[in-house]
Design a protein around this ligand. Sequence first.
Ligand code: ARG
Length: 394
Amino acid sequence: MVDVKRGALVNDPVITIVDGVIESVSTGEAPQIEDASYVDLAGKTILPGLIDMHVHLTSDSDMHGYRRLAISDERATITGVVNAKTTLMAGFTTVRNVGAGSFGDVALRDAINEGDIPGPRMFVSGPPIGITGGHCSDNNLLPPEYEAVGENVADGPWAARAAVRKNRKFGVDVIKTCSTGGVLSKGTKVGAPQYTIEELTALTEEAHSHGLKVASHAHGSEGIVNALKAGVDTIEHASFIDDEGIRLAKETGAYLSMDIYVTEFILGEGEKAGILPESLDKERMTGKTQRDNFRKAHEAGVKMVLGTDAGVYPHGDNARQLSRMVRFGMTSAEALRAATSNAADALGQTGMVGIIAPKASADIIAVNGNPLADISLLENVSFVMKQGAVHKSE
Ligand code: ARG
């Protein structure tokens, strides 16, 4: 077993589980318990189920740019059913879904929790909240005569608060906003801030007052700083984070969720997948700096989680990012913590997920070999248990 906190292996672990919750963790011989069922994973290495803090289960990786316009929210939700299973089978027992049309993600989460379909435990944002014409919520694909306005466009502090209230009313777990433009949205700039500090502060205050955390998409340094000053909990992408951003993140304890794998997909397969030429250009000026800044922020001691943006690239390939996190400065143990205990902390679920310990949900995966020596082994998970139920056993 990998003890992710210590970054060390434990031999001959014995875990007892009652009603989907871990009751005890010991080593040695398995106790004989009447009526218990036994799962023998001899020869494999077990770890806590992985957590991806930035996915879009309702999106598919071959439907970018104008192709997106042809997909209804209902159709996207059904896509989410398929992707939820794929994600779970890849060893991700918990995900944070940051952005889905209508409340398809709420429906998916509930269907999974009620046992109708297999999938990871989901923490969901519903529709992101953003500015007119911005990345998040609006899109600039259609000319004015279509009068298309994204569903959570909210300009001004009070509109932002109202959007938070609406999302909470319909069952979200987290608020997603955008404090800069993005790569994949038409007509936005990664360096351009979105929202004023006043707006971001109102949105964040409102979310926090309901016990909801805030995830802010931000590439450019100014928008990163604005979001951190407003008190958001996680910065998504963080590509151009500067010294002030690094200092503020350390001061506020915000986590960075830097999707440093996806650039390989966008530049390699993006054109075939419908990604717009302007987005490919934006990616060419973003990916490399993001990787350099990943190293810099990590060395500076900023807290990090694994967030991949799966959905932009194929679901199930989430774990590919772990080896890039090691290549760009983390130890295997640090990358594993980013995908387990740190992610649990950023979700406000410390001790409940991302750890094999008493009182935690029995979310356990297994691989062949030692992932502390070769993190890429996590790309081939051979066993998946979620809440005590076995979903995969090879
Ligand atoms: N959803 C993000 C955006 O459109 C993807 C960014 C991907 N690029 C990267 N280097 N992380 O902005």
